[in-house]
Design a protein around this ligand. Structure first.
Ligand SMILES: NC(=O)c1ccc[n+]([C@@H]2O[C@H](COP(=O)([O-])OP(=O)(O)OC[C@H]3O[C@@H](n4cnc5c(N)ncnc54)[C@H](OP(=O)(O)O)[C@@H]3O)[C@@H](O)[C@H]2O)c1
Length: 238
């Protein structure tokens, strides 16, 4: 099986790409940091194919993703993992805009390129990395939580679209809780923080099982259920 991971230069994406290589898959990785991509490719002994791309440059990113898939001789699973997120308690617009552009426009552009590739091919598997944060609004990162709700909703739309057309395209919505990466470094007092390798293992298992939705780590399903049902006055304090 050939697997592509967008945003594979660090954190969850890198751990997942490296796991895929260890499992014997031909693996493709994308990101903006060209030097890191080269490092990752070299460390894999050439088993990882790479493509430098910025998902916010939507038109180009779509072509670059498809060009990578072609170079790999095709893809069976495309994991849309590239994403941005930072705390923004002062609600600075430029910060909000970067997150929205990356996690909504950039996500949809690449997800749709992947979907159309699989539709033309006659089947395949798309996974998107949303977040438990997408289940409720966040006072300190409103663009991030809203953008992750977009990711989950968009994936569900693609799943229904494939079902409507009778296309054998699997769509997996991966919803991580906290994972120790550059993105979560500024966060204080967090709980249930998992390591990228553990998150990668659980994502990989979810992919093999063709899950519709996977919480990572699994116990975040319980927290998600609580979060969704907490009344506003308690949630606001939490
Ligand atoms: N860590 C968590 O607790 C957590 C929880 C829930 C969901 N997530 C989601 O998991 C995904 C991975 O995040 P992470 O925690 O592993 O953080 P990370 O280490 O910062 O990784 C983010 C990845 O996305 C890529 N990326 C960011 N902006 C991009 C752009 N404009 N174009 C192309 N690639 C871009 C980065 O590569 P370059 O910088 O090289 O471009 C990097 O490889 C994200 O979608 C994030 O929202 C993380």
């Amino acid at each position: 099986m050939n697997i592509v991971v967008t945003g594979g230069t660090s954190g969850i994406g890198r751990a997942l790409a490296e796991l895929c290589v260890r499992k014997g898959h031909k693996t493709g990785v994308t990101g903006r940091r060209g030097e890191l991509l080269e490092e990752i490719r070299a460390a894999s002994g050439g088993k990882i194919e790479t493509a430098e791309m910025d998902v916010t440059d939507c038109g180009r990113a779509r072509l670059q993703l498809l060009e990578l898939v072609k170079r790999m001789g095709g893809a069976d699973i495309i994991v849309l993992n590239a994403g941005a997120g930072r705390l923004n308690p002062r609600l600075d617009w430029d910060e909000e805009r970067k997150v929205i552009e990356t996690n909504t426009l950039g996500f949809a552009a690449t997800a749709l390129a992947a979907y159309k590739y699989f539709a033309d091919k006659g089947g395949g598997h798309i996974a998107g990395i949303s977040s438990v944060a997408g289940l409720r609004g966040s006072s300190r990162a409103p663009a991030y939580s809203a953008s992750k709700a977009f990711v989950s909703n968009y994936l569900e739309g693609l799943r229904f679209h494939a079902a409507y057309l009778g296309l054998p395209i699997t769509v997996t919505d991966v919803r991580p809780g906290f994972v120790r990466t550059a993105m979560t470094k500024p966060l204080k007092n967090v709980f249930w923080m998992s390591e990228p390798d553990e998150a990668a293992r659980q994502i990989y298992t979810a992919l093999l099982k063709k899950k519709k939705c996977a919480y990572v780590t699994r116990r975040w399903r319980l927290a998600a259920c609580l979060l969704q049902n907490l009344p506003d006055f308690i949630y606001e304090r939490f």
